[in-house]
Design a protein around this ligand. Structure first.
Ligand code: ADP
Length: 158
């Protein structure tokens, strides 16, 4: 069974994340989409909210598990017996950071492979940051996130 880990902040999950997830599902038998709990970022949605939203939007996929982790990604990958980590690449701006992370992870565990997948063009400008900013200013984000995320924004902004 080929297992991949798709880690991130997912604050919140967007259609871009789901695009990458669907591509990963074509390559692996199972994908564990996992919320990094120890990020230094100050998230808008709580860990529990982000996990719940991920669960709701991935319900329709077989072979997807939603989880969260603390500590080093390499330890988590080993523990889950995964063969690769999946990350999305939108533009060159993602590349430098992602390359550094991938190579550093390989230093920590030489068996760890990182697979980069590119989303469909229309999602290359999409990020959770931008979606949060538009939602905060009262803009329409319905094209960028699944309906349950839209609802979560409405409840949060009330
Ligand atoms: P992180 O804080 O780890 O970057 P994110 O939730 O922002 O977490 O992103 C998780 C992964 O999904 C990253 O590899 C990121 O590049 C990728 N990603 C985010 N948005 C998109 C998108 N619109 N298209 C493709 N990949 C994306």
């Amino acid at each position: 069974m080929k297992i991949a880990i798709y880690p991130g902040t997912f604050d919140p999950v967007t259609n871009g994340h789901l695009d990458i997830l669907e591509r990963a599902l074509k390559l692996f038998d199972k994908v564990i989409i996992t919320v990094a709990r120890n990020t230094t970022k100050n998230p808008f949605f709580t860990e529990e909210e982000r996990i719940m939203l991920l669960r709701q939007v991935t319900e329709r996929y077989k072979n997807v598990e939603v989880d969260s982790f603390r500590g080093l990604l390499v330890d988590y990958v080993r523990q889950k017996k995964a063969i690769a980590v999946v990350r999305g690449l939108r533009a060159m701006t993602d590349f430098e950071y992602e390359l550094q992370m991938a190579l550093m992870n390989r230093k920590l565990d030489e068996k760890m492979e990182t697979i980069f997948l590119m989303p469909t063009e229309k999602y290359t400008y999409l990020s959770s940051n931008v979606v949060r900013e538009i939602a905060r200013l009262g803009g329409d984000v319905s094209k960028f996130v699944p309906p349950v995320v839209l609802k979560a924004f409405r409840q949060k902004n009330r």
